[in-house]
Structures are given as C-alpha cells and as structure tokens.
Design a binder for this molecule. Structure first.
Ligand code: A2P
Length: 339
C-alpha cells in the first residue's frame, strides 16, 4: 500500500481551514486519517472530505501523537500553545499564523521561492507559512531578484476581507446588505465600515507609523529572499472584495533589465501566470478559487532608470494561505520527512 499521512487541520471550521480540507482533497494529498480540530463551539459539527462526513473534534482534547502532519490556522495565540506541543509529539506543523514566522530556527517557506530552507524545521518540527500579501509578492519577484537583484520595493496592497477570516467575509456581506436596505452598519472585525469603502489599516499600528501587516511584508520578504538589504515600503489597504489580494508593486533593480526580459522571466516562473500585453488580472475574475499568482501591467517606471512596475493578484486564502501550506506538506512528503 502506498504511504499515507495522518493529518490534523487546526481551525478546520475557519475560512483557511475549510480551504485546506478542499485543497488536500483536490490535490490528492495522501491523507490517512483526517482529524478536524476547532474550538468547543464546533464540536460535533461535520465537514465533508472525499465524500465522507468527518466530525469536528476539540483541539484542547486532541492527542497530537495521532497525527504526522498538522496544518494550523486558528490564530497566533492558539498556535503559540499547541504548535510546540504537536511538534514535540512528532507531528510536523505547518503554521499559517504570524506567531513563529520571524523566529530564527523556524523556516518560512514558499515552495516556489525557498524550498532549500525546508530542512530547517527539524529543531522544532514547525514550518511557518508567510503572510498572504508577502507570498504573492515574493513568488513574482523571486526570478527577477535572482537575475538582476532587487534593491527596493514600494508596494500598495488592495486586500480582500477574507484575509480577516470568516468574520471578515460575513462583515462585508452584512454591511453591504445593511447599507442597500438603509439600515445602520456595525463594524466588529474591521476598524471602520468596509462596505463601499477602502481602509488603509490592516492590524495595529506600530511606533514607526506602519501597521503590523505592513511590517510583516518588510521583514518576511527579507527572510524569504535571504537578503536583509532589500528595502520594502508597503501600504496595506483593505478593500471590499471577498477573495483575492491585489498589489501595485514598484521595484528597483541593481542591474537594469528591460520589460521584455522581465516578462520572459515571469513567463517561466513557477506558480506565475503572466498576462499578455495590456491585459490584467482582477481578484474576482482571475484569482478567486484559483492557484496562480497572476501578473499584469508590467511596465518601465517612468521616474527611475532601474525601476519597473507591475500588478500582482492571487487568491489570498489559497496561495496566500491554504494552498501554500499544502504545497509545503507535499514538499515534506517528497523529501521523505514523514518517515
Ligand atoms: P470555531 O469555528 O470553533 O470558533 P477564521 O480565521 O475564519 O475566523 O477561523 C478561525 C478558526 O480557528 C475556526 O476554525 C475556529 O474554530 C478556530 N478557533 C478559534 N478559537 C479557537 C480555540 N480556542 N480552540 C480551537 N480552535 C479555535
């Protein structure tokens, strides 16, 4: 019999957890027993996997000796407690929260970009999955960085509400309905009204005037590309889109490179779909429900001799989270880490 991997999905009832279950099935990952874990609120709920109903169990009562792989997406405080427990029990954790990302001994992996760092997980049995906005940006920038070196990135994001989990999706839907029915609007997940609006704040502000989400893009990009000299200047904005993050990425390179050569690099880049001519991707029509990182509007930056600009779009719940985690699991499998 071919080898199977007993797998636990932590946060199985959440937006990313549900996508993880779907993607494990879609990509035929050789799941043996599947354990779906969430809070006591969801105990006994049933979710579908390969045509079967699987009961949701309580995370706080689960014995991680039973699983070889743990896909975590239940928030930083949950990972802080349970990921080390799982790791010690011999379960390899792919953690989708920001909790461990910047820890030296924990690899931060995007399979198309830095698969060679995967083996660093052995010390803690934990691999961190990067921030959704960072993932799609580094997938698109990696081949250019390898070819000519990137010195500076100026990026503005246009991020979907699903980045804030199921609660974000429900808030946009609820507020849109309320406004169209001239009812009052309540904001619980977002700092202010998101329906028919744009919010230049994702997560809390830090002392330097940037938000936590923005600083994730700065620090994680350097860690993944293994280059502490790259300067990153982000503005992260939430917009009323359900699925798919978009980014206007402006970057400068060490050596000059033409638009045609950059286009060629992106056409060959793993995980990238380069759009033709002036056509461009949009989150709802290209990214939502799909796997690639789409790139369009590639052009020379008029204001800088070594500058280029492009528009990068991807499904934040899939490539930005669940798909990347499953790809990491596939890499673990192909390298024989499940014993
Ligand atoms: P639950 O549905 O039982 O609350 P999202 O990111 O879409 O908001 O989803 C968060 C996920 O994390 C859900 O599956 C949620 O489960 C889970 N979760 C939240 N708090 C806990 C907890 N204390 N223990 C286990 N799972 C939790």
């Amino acid at each position: 019999m071919s080898k199977t991997v007993d797998t636990a999905v932590v946060g199985a009832t959440g937006a990313v957890g549900e996508a993880m279950i779907e993607i494990l099935e879609e990509r035929n990952f050789p799941v043996g027993k599947l354990y779906l874990l969430a809070s006591e609120r969801s105990e006994g709920k049933r979710l579908q996997f390969r045509g079967q109903h699987v009961k949701v169990e309580r995370l706080d009562q689960f014995d991680f000796n039973k699983a070889k792989l743990g896909l975590f997406s239940a928030g930083g405080p949950i990972s802080e407690i349970y990921a080390p427990k799982a790791g010690k029990a011999g379960c390899i954790v792919v953690d989708n929260t920001s909790h461990f990302r910047m820890e030296k001994e924990i690899p931060l992996i995007v399979p198309e970009v830095n698969p060679h760092r995967l083996g660093d997980f052995r010390k803690h049995n934990i691999i961190a999955n990067p921030n959704c906005s960072t993932i799609q940006m580094v997938v698109a920038l990696k081949p250019i960085h390898d070819a000519v070196g990137i010195t500076r990135i100026n990026v503005a994001t246009y991020q979907a509400v699903s980045g804030a989990g199921g609660g974000g999706v429900r808030e946009l839907a609820g507020q849109t309905t309320a406004i169209l029915n001239t009812k009052p609007v309540e904001s619980k997940v977002m700092p202010v009204q998101i329906a028919f609006n744009a919010i230049p704040q994702i997560a809390d502000f830090l002392d330097n005037g940037y938000t936590k989400e923005e600083m994730k893009m700065v620090l994680e990009t350097r860690k993944i590309l293994e280059d502490d000299d790259i300067q990153v200047n982000p503005t992260c904005v939430r917009i009323p889109v359900f699925f798919g993050h978009s980014e206007a990425v402006h970057f400068e390179t060490k050596k000059p490179i033409s638009v045609a050569d950059t286009r060629q690099l992106l056409e060959k880049a793993p995980g990238v779909v380069m759009m033709e001519g002036n056509s461009y991707p949009t989150p709802a029509l290209n990214a939502a429900g799909t796997d690639p990182v789409f790139v369009g509007r590639l052009r020379k930056d008029l204001s800088h001799p070594n500058g280029l600009s492009m528009w990068v779009v991807s499904d934040n719940v899939r490539k930005g989270a669940a798909l990347n985690s499953v790809q990491v699991a596939e890499l673990l499998l192909s390298e024989g880490h499940f014993g």
